[in-house]
Write a protein that binds this ligand. Sequence first.
Ligand code: FES
Ligand code: FES
Length: 212
Amino acid sequence: MKDSGSPEISRRGILAGGAAAVAATHVPLADAQTATRSGLKPALAKVEMTVNGKRQAMELDTRTTLLDALREHLHLIGTKKGCDHGQCGACTVMVDGKRINSCLSLAVMHQDDKITTIEGLGTPDKLHPMQAAFIKHDGYQCGYCTPGQICSAVAVIEEIRAGVPSHVTGDLTAKTPISNAEMRERMSGNICRCGAYSNILEAMTEVAETRA
Ligand code: FES
Ligand code: FES
């Protein structure tokens, strides 16, 4: 069937053309290790970092993200890949104590950095206080976003304690309060499709108060 007004272009043709364009331009980052174009070999680089207290040496395609290095090379699959575009926070890990979206950072940029993933925060026998609080307050349902939420929550409490201002901080000269508004604002990059936000906030509040 021809589209009205465009006799040469069919709806099927547009869809096929669009799909081909996407396939041609989108090379999944997870495949970066093996991707070659026109016989060119990927550029490899050596990188060493400390992950959860253990020194790790890898030789990676320079396009490999920190997220893929953790999941595909070190098999630390606690860190999740949600959007792979820096929009959901599922891939949040801590680098030298600060949270980042690991899908937006190349692994080779982390030479000698200290990376902490959910596996490094606590163990089933010895939970991190934030992990225990998430369980106590039902801070999750499906759990897919939870590793990123917990890493972010731990870093957020430290950020506030360190006096790092946020968009909602009213007085930059006063001590930043560990308030609902501050925590909500700072956690806004961590999306939970199950909508466990209020329970996550309760868990964070408990940790902030018990360790105040
Ligand atoms: Fe990194 Fe969504 S997977 S922000
Ligand atoms: Fe399911 Fe957050 S617990 S997405």
